[in-house]
Unconditional design. Structure first.
Length: 187
């Protein structure tokens, strides 16, 4: 399997040791190095552990022949734009099986008109993962609520609307929620 572990790790500015310590359970820098160079077989379990440690989807670590990666032109630092010392590429975001989107038509809160908000659909047992995040909740008759999930109590979810002056909404037992995972914004 062709992988991009070293490329992604370096693009994130992490050392072998930092990735090794971020793995669950932690491992050694030597193990991560061997997995990167191919001197140790990269299993699916290792791929998932390393992806989690790097904060990316495991699919972003695999080189696929039909995927066009985006070349990195420069790095932007506090000192300004800097040339790369080695070539690097980024994988374009790939939607997962439970990914949907919300299109922003009118700016509200931190969102601007034209933004696309990618959401991951969660089942009721996973609602805790969405606390303090922006979520989309289905309502009867094809309606929705979108806001910040601030609490969960006895099957009821508490949402703060994004706009100023809105009142907290309480929704009982929605069948699913969509938690915001990516923001796509044109410049």
């Amino acid at each position: 399997m062709l992988h991009r572990i070293r490329e992604v790790r370096k693009a994130k500015g992490l050392t072998l040791d930092e990735v090794a310590r971020a793995c669950m359970p932690p491992t050694t820098a030597q193990t991560i190095g061997r997995l990167e160079t191919g001197t140790r077989t990269l299993s699916l379990d290792w791929l998932n552990r390393i992806a989690e440690a790097l904060g990316v989807e495991s699919s972003e670590l695999v080189e696929l022949p039909d995927r066009t990666d985006i070349p990195v032109a420069a790095r932007l630092t506090a000192e300004g734009a800097r040339a790369l010392t080695q070539t690097a590429t980024l994988a374009p975001p790939a939607p997962g099986g439970s990914t949907q989107a919300v299109v922003v038509e009118t700016g509200i809160g931190d969102y601007r008109a034209g933004d696309e908000i990618w959401i991951e659909t969660l089942a009721p047992e996973s609602y805790g993962r969405a606390l303090n995040r922006d979520v989309l909740l289905p309502r009867p008759a094809g309606r929705f609520l979108f806001g910040r999930l601030i609490g969960r109590e006895d099957g009821k979810l508490h949402l703060l609307p994004l706009g100023a002056g809105g009142r907290q909404q309480v929704v009982a037992d929605p069948p699913w929620i969509g938690v915001a995972t990516k923001l796509v914004r044109g410049l």
